[in-house]
Design a protein around this ligand. Structure first.
Ligand SMILES: Nc1nc2c(ncn2[C@@H]2O[C@H](COP(=O)(O)OP(=O)(O)OP(=O)(O)O)[C@@H](O)[C@H]2O)c(=O)[nH]1
Length: 221
């Protein structure tokens, strides 16, 4: 894949697959978060569009694949159902061959292609690159190397579901400097929707003018 940065075009040696995690319960939202409408289309379509712009291939991991048929992208089910996001990453790696994986949740309408490009560029000498923001690490916005697939399978078999357990299995680095990316774009990248109020907030973001927007950090993961 070719990456266009602010100043130059660089050739990316890795083949990248995007893994969209959509196997959760959406219990706090009370309905499937992926299909909430924002700006005339469901959140999942916003996510797919952004992921297409920074990967060579895509897979969506859900336990209800028929619901996503009409989107025209490959889907697969968790091999370890209802075990959380790490199981979704496992299923993505199992079903799609790639050298690097870009992960996202299905409830993040405003993810930033530029942030993912920075994370990808940092994977070269590492196995995992995790962004940190507002004092927290965000593994569901991370990038991962294929060589972790076996370790993830072992963790799942041992019933270890924590993303942090995975960090110890490879060379993990954290990124908190988003190098020239607009602060609002960074804020929005880490915005996700868990509760109906988060959805209301998401709808209000684009209605308000840029200068009036004040992202409520408490609403971020
Ligand atoms: N494939 C897969 N994805 C999951 C699983 N659990 C959560 N996710 C996804 O991970 C992301 C973050 O999930 P959460 O918001 O923490 O959990 P959720 O189950 O979607 O929502 P709640 O039921 O309200 O906790 C979402 O995109 C979920 O769809 C799982 O077991 N398998």
């Amino acid at each position: 894949m070719t990456i266009i940065t602010g100043r130059m075009i660089v050739s990316d040696p890795l083949h990248w697959c995007g893994i969209i995690l959509a196997g959760g319960q959406s219990s706090r939202m009370g309905r499937n978060k992926a299909f909430l409408e924002l700006e005339g289309k469901p959140v999942i379509e916003h996510v797919i569009d952004k992921m297409r712009a920074c990967t060579d291939d895509l897979i969506l991991i859900t336990n209800d694949p028929e619901e996503y048929d009409h989107l025209g992208i490959q889907t697969a089910c968790d091999v370890f159902p209802h075990q959380g996001p790490l199981a979704g990453i496992h299923a993505g790696m199992k079903n799609k061959e790639a050298e690097g994986y870009v992960v996202t949740a299905c409830d993040t309408p405003y993810i930033s292609v530029s942030i993912y490009q920075l994370l990808k560029a940092s994977l070269v000498d590492n196995d995992i690159v995790i962004p940190t923001y507002a004092g927290r690490s965000h593994p569901l916005s991370g990038v991962y190397r294929r060589n972790l697939a076996q370790e993830i399978e072992c963790l799942m078999e041992e019933g270890k579901r924590s993303m942090k357990a995975l960090y110890e299995e490879g060379h993990t680095v954290y990124m908190d400097d988003f190098n020239g990316i607009d602060t609002e774009e960074v804020d929005l990248h880490f915005f996700n929707m868990n509760h109906p109020e988060d959805y209301d907030y998401a709808k209000s973001i684009k209605k308000r003018g840029k200068e009036q927007r004040q992202l409520n950090v408490n609403m971020i993961r």
